[in-house]
Design a protein. Structure first.
Length: 133
């Protein structure tokens, strides 16, 4: 139940994220979650969760854009006070390390763990819904 996310290496300059999003959209691919992490060197990682990762990967490669595909865990989260704290406590109590996380569409959270498969078991055993692509 892993999903695939795209990680785009980009220069931190005006219009670069717009170019990536426009290119993905023109290929008919929908972006359902994203995160941009900046580095001190003026570059960033644009993590993008899309509904068709292979098409998006291919079109970005065609445009000469540096991009990789990697596995992430996407879960559906309730919208009540304390829900995120409870979830993160379960993860911490299992000794799982969160490499990064960000919010997706429709109350979803996107995670990359040090042990994605183990995290899926822990989360489903804890009653959380792992979302398929």
């Amino acid at each position: 139940m892993l999903q695939q996310q795209l990680s785009v290496f980009l220069q931190n300059k005006a219009g670069r994220a717009a170019e990536i999003c426009r290119t993905i959209g023109e290929a008919g691919v929908n972006i359902v979650g994203f995160d941009i992490a900046d580095t001190p060197e003026g570059y960033g990682i644009f993590r993008v969760l899309v509904d068709d990762p292979q098409t998006a990967l291919d079109i970005l490669h065609t445009h000469g854009i540096t991009v990789t595909k990697n596995d992430v865990v996407v879960i559906k989260l309730g919208h009540t006070p304390g829900t995120l704290g409870k979830l993160l406590s379960i993860i911490a109590n299992e000794g799982l390390n969160i490499d990064y996380m960000y919010a997706g569409a429709d109350n979803t959270l996107v995670f990359h763990f040090d042990k994605n498969e183990h995290a899926i078991r822990v989360l489903t055993d804890g009653g959380y819904t792992v979302v398929k692509q």
